[in-house]
Design a protein around this ligand. Sequence first.
Ligand code: ADP
Length: 457
Amino acid sequence: MLCDRFEYSREVGVLSQGVSKEHMAALIKINNITGYLPLDLWEILGVIARELEELYYPYKAHFHLAFPQSEGHPKHHHEDDCIHFYDGAEETCRAVAEQLPVLVYDTQTETCSTCQHKDADRPQPHICVPLVSGSQAFGILSLLGSEPVKLSRDQLELLLALANQTTATIQRANLFDHLAREKEALARLNRCHKALNQDLKGTIDRLKATQQQLILSERLAAAGHLAANFAHEVNNASGIILTRLECLDLEAKEKGLPPSVQKDFAIIKKHINRISQITYGLLDLSRQTLQKVTPVAVNDLITETVEFLERQFSGNKVCFSLGLGEAPLIKGSFEHLQQVLINLLTNARDAMPQGGMIEIATGVDSEKRMLIIAVRDNGIGISPSHIDRIFDPFFTLKEKGTGMGLGLSISYNIIQEHGGRIVVQSVEDEGTTFTIELPVNSEEDSNHAGEEADSGH
Ligand code: ADP
């Protein structure tokens, strides 16, 4: 088919000139340029156009490319105005429609419809070679002569070879462009993937923590229920025993029984009282609902509790260090929160038999909108094998008769009732830190609560 076209060109009179050394040199140069990496397509097309113009003087070379804007190709014009774009949808040239070269001897009498650059006043030869990829023409290499100089068959064949090479270059550039965009999309996806992974890790961590809290809460709830029933029964019985004991004691005194009997009564009374203490502890554990909720100024609560305990701990070589920071009002039960603090401080004292320092700090985690209370000691610490159990009811490592193992489980329940949480960190032989988080009131509530607190605690 191509030959048919050349036949046609012979009809319009092509002057045979043969392929010269210059043709070969230009071909090699174009070959080299099209191998450049990275590929700057517009620059390469510009160089090819200039080489063609030298080879085919007095012809001007143009590329007409069907690059729809939607594909993201920049609308670009080479400085020599040799590169043009057309919408791929519109039929611009017979060469594109038929996918065969078109040779027009005189643009005044015949047209291929691309010849926008033709001079209306004189006859001009025009050659359009389609740039074909697969079954689709995506552009035209157009040579428009300023004078009616005809091309030889060899020159036309060379032109076809160059058009093919240009096609391959454009395809390669498109491929690079496509690859670069794919790479960018892949990098974007990768970044998204990493962020999602990070999110997922955070969610899993939070889920694990919640699950642990849930397990502990369930354990405490079950133990609390059991303890409540048990405490109720034991309390009734110990109440009756105590009353009877008082009667017996009185009788013993009236009847002048020996002091050893009265001493025995005193010992029994002491132990009954201890049983009562334990059962009250159990009742505390089961009685989780906060009865009296008021605005609480936590820093005041800490100062007041420390002043009270300083006297009690005076024989234990324990000193306090307060780092009280910002502490907005929280809604809660002053008495219950004080009970938590007393539990923590008593445990801290017990963990430092040789004495030591208890630090209490407050502050706000504004992101979580939580008030933070940290109680730190430099005592014996808690071993990793015990740390998961310290909030369990009746878990104690203290000597028999000194600890009931209820302080932390009661504290845990109280803090949970306040909508907060309590966590522990400990290093054996270095010390332990208990951190309490309590929800901070909204600003409106705080202001209101502030007024109440002024008139209250
Ligand atoms: P109790 O004090 O009656 O033993 P708690 O529930 O208050 O019960 O505490 C449980 C156990 O947790 C304690 O026996 C102790 O072994 C451990 N513990 C609590 N606080 C500390 C602390 N600050 N340092 C070391 N161990 C602690």
